[in-house]
Ligand binder design. Sequence first.
Ligand SMILES: [Zn+2]
Length: 201
Amino acid sequence: MNKQRCPACGSVDIIDEKKSILIKEPFGGQDNIEIHENICSTCGSRGDFFNQNETLIDETIKKLKQKSIESILNDFVDSKMSMSSIERALEIPQRTLTKWKNRTTAPSSSGVALVRLIKLFPWLLEVAENKYDYNEAQKIHINAAIQKLLPEIDFLKEDFIEAGGIVATSGSALFYRYYEKKDMDNQEKIYNEVTLITNTE
Ligand SMILES: [Zn+2]
């Protein structure tokens, strides 16, 4: 008779409890699943003694990843980004994305990561279209950041401050102060280093 034993002490006095856990996937939502937790009445060890949870957890993650891919690709379609132009830009085989979306093939983990990065930073596609040229990539990145920042600058606000030739308001002033502070910290650091050198001499 093959009785299940505690892996720590060999006791057969094992309780099987159910525990609910939440699994989350970026852009894929979340799912509550019930897993087994074994507790040994003799030595008090806890855990999944007989590997009963692995399959369920793996399946749930796989399902949420698929949901994540579908939701991102549907967003692309809604915002008029064509699958074929994305595939061309990224130089991935034609219809790859459509196959992922239609569940004809499952994306690899690198595929999932790629799609998520494009979702967060759509300008990466433009970088790819420009053959990953460093200078072009910098321009595209900075331009995207400015586009993001501009709506936050309200030129009608009263808290306009003129700082070093830069007109700044709440949004941009934050950035300015940050850089100014960084500079000050640096100078302080340099000053400290100089003092240190002077002191050791
Ligand atoms: Zn035990």
